[in-house]
Design a protein around this ligand. Structure first.
Ligand code: SF4
Length: 279
């Protein structure tokens, strides 16, 4: 199969997948959003070809049933990973849409989840495991800038530098505590406790996309709940400036008028027809 054949097949699978997701969720992307998603998939293939071609078990479902929360609720843990077996070594990969810098500087956040998956793989499935790793698919800033400027030479250099793989050490000692933490989250959800992070938390900084970013920038700006979130609102108000201009900025984060129009039209097109609701 030539490179062009593979790209054509990826485009076809992307379209099928998009139509399926659209039919299932009733949501649509604008044409720009769709193009950006396809471009990410193609670049991802370009960078991860070696790993993709060696995957021996793809989308492996891991299941840890019959767990009990601290308050006595029964629950299960499920996850999906990719496995590569090569030269007597087995590596488990978990794909995240986060960026390399963030994952690399906050490995402990990912370690817990992967440790549980490793535990299920080794203890319940009785399979060997030598390594766990995250594949962080978000573009680094240099790739995004080269794409925005349509600069082929810079893009080639940025792609060369782009690292997606982060080794995550696995340590089965803390698996019990991690499972208990999941249980506590299940209890909180069941009891409708959905308090947002504190304003202080929103003001903390961590490394992401090659620089130090605020939690409010890196996490909240990508959160659909931000327009009704009291912490985000208080953060915006306390972040300086006159309150009316601050709020104008806050409400303008929907994008430009034409972007909103495009998004609205795409979603109306994707919405089921009234006949679909007839019984
Ligand atoms: S905006 Fe979203 S991520 Fe940020 S604190 Fe509120 S709910 Fe959490």
């Amino acid at each position: 199969m030539t490179e062009a054949d593979i790209e054509a097949q990826i485009r076809e699978m992307f379209e099928e997948n998009y139509e399926l997701l659209q039919a299932e969720g009733g949501h649509a992307l604008t044409q720009d959003g769709k193009n950006a998603a396809l471009r990410q998939v193609l670049l991802y293939w370009q960078k991860m070809r070696d790993v993709a071609e060696n995957v021996t078990d793809t989308e492996v479902k891991l299941n840890l049933p019959d767990q009990m929360t601290p308050k006595g609720r029964k629950y299960g843990i499920e996850g999906v990973v990719d496995i590569i077996r090569e030269d007597d070594r087995t590596v488990m990969y978990d794909i995240k849409t986060h960026d390399y810098d963030y994952v690399n500087k906050n490995k402990e956040l990912y370690e817990k989840q992967l440790n549980v998956y490793a535990y299920i793989w080794q203890s319940l499935r009785g399979q060997e495991l030598d390594q766990t790793a995250i594949i962080a698919t978000a573009f680094p800033t240099a790739v995004q800038e080269a794409l925005d400027r349509d600069d082929e030479r810079r893009l080639a250099a940025a792609l060369e530098e782009w690292n997606l793989l982060i080794d995550i050490p696995f340590d089965q000692l803390h698996v019990g505590q991690t499972i208990a933490d999941f249980g506590a989250v299940v209890d909180a959800i069941e009891e409708n406790k959905f308090a947002p992070a504190s304003v202080e938390k929103l003001k903390t900084r961590f490394a992401a996309r090659g620089r130090e970013l605020l939690f409010a920038t890196q996490v909240c700006r990508n959160c659909d709940a931000r327009f009704s979130c009291s912490s985000y609102r208080n953060y915006v108000v306390s972040s300086g400036g006159r309150s009316d201009s601050t709020f104008a900025r806050y409400f303008q984060e929907f994008g430009s008028d034409s972007e909103q129009e495009e998004w609205l039209t795409a979603n109306l097109d994707a919405a089921p027809s009234p006949e679909a609701f007839e019984v």
